[in-house]
Design a binder for this molecule. Structure first.
Ligand SMILES: O=P(O)(O)OC[C@H]1O[C@H](O)[C@H](O)[C@@H](O)[C@@H]1O
Length: 298
């Protein structure tokens, strides 16, 4: 659990408080430090571990993010739902290191917080290499994650390679979107694109029309346009990002075997994850940095 003194960073900032997941959500686990951000435009909740957004509600609206009713808030365990940050690698690792990297299960630092003149709140969180991260990823780095909470949620991830060698890098904003029923939603903005279906033997296919869900779905869309839209009855959620890939995932019935999803909860989310993965993987040159942005609105 983080030892950081938050009071210094949060002094003179309105509408940002440090609490715990146990005090804010009635969910399982020992609990984790949680930052709650509230202003006239919207609210958000961010788990310090993983700089992990688990709620974003525009004022007068519904939460855009799904948080599992069976989520477990435990140190070093990624929380199921919200926006886990998968980095500095996405998916499995050839040497059996933790899937989706270490960022989502490591404590981040609250670097700064401020109220902007237009009513939004800016939170900046960061993660730098330590002996522990270097044992998993032998590079000096700084990840700086800027979160702007307003009527829309604006995210920006700056990844700096502070080492003197080039570094392979994949990442994703692994967003779980709250929907009424996953079989009733459509995701537009991916038609005619090449994708990799990763269920069973990997297959390379071309998307026809909107993406719909009829069961377990795990696909990597490549070279995607900036915007996708999740159409859920009369509600639409807009995802805009400079990232080149979009991973679309729902485990379907398999979720019954995933302890922190369980039951029928899987019917109420779809993941549309923007990042640079598979064929869109990046290499960061020595001393180089990369900025990934994503904006969510309903
Ligand atoms: O269970 P996790 O490690 O959080 O991964 C959850 C899912 O993440 C991504 O969507 C991958 O494409 C899936 O293959 C994976 O199952």
């Amino acid at each position: 659990m983080t030892q950081q003194d938050f009071s210094t960073v949060l002094a003179n900032v309105n509408g940002v408080r440090l609490t715990t997941s146990s005090a804010h959500f009635n969910l399982a686990g020992d609990g984790l430090p949680l930052l709650v951000v509230e202003n006239a435009l919207g609210s958000a909740a961010i788990v310090i571990q993983g700089a992990h957004l688990v709620s974003f509600i525009p004022t007068g609206g519904q939460d855009l993010l799904w948080l599992s009713p069976n989520a477990i808030f435990e140190p070093t365990k990624a929380v199921r739902g919200g926006i886990p940050l998968c980095m500095p690698w996405f998916g499995g690792h050839p040497d059996g290191l933790p899937s989706h990297g270490f960022a989502r299960s490591t404590d981040w630092t609250l670097q700064s917080a401020r109220n902007l003149a237009d009513g939004r709140t800016e939170i900046v969180m960061s993660l730098q290499d330590t002996e522990q991260t270097r044992s998993l990823w032998p590079h000096a780095f700084k990840f700086e994650f800027t979160i702007l909470v307003g009527t829309v949620l604006e995210l920006s991830m700056n990844t700096q390679n502070l080492s003197d060698t080039s570094v392979p890098y994949t990442y994703a904003f692994h967003t779980y979107f709250a929907v009424s029923d996953y079989t009733q939603v459509a995701v537009s903005g991916l038609a005619d694109l090449n994708y990799i279906d990763t269920i069973g033997v990997e297959r390379r296919l071309v998307q026809e029309g909107d993406v719909v869900f009829t069961g377990s779905t795990d696909r990597v869309y490549l070279d995607v346009p900036e915007v996708q839209t999740i159409i859920d009855g009369t509600r639409t959620i807009r995802i805009s990002s400079c990232a080149q890939s979009a991973v679309v995932w729902n485990p379907g019935e398999h979720a019954k075997n995933i302890a922190d999803i369980g039951g029928d909860a899987y019917q109420h989310f779809v993941c549309v994850e923007r990042g640079d993965v598979f064929d869109n993987a990046l290499t960061l040159a020595a001393g180089a940095s990369h900025t990934a942005t994503m904006t969510l609105s309903a």
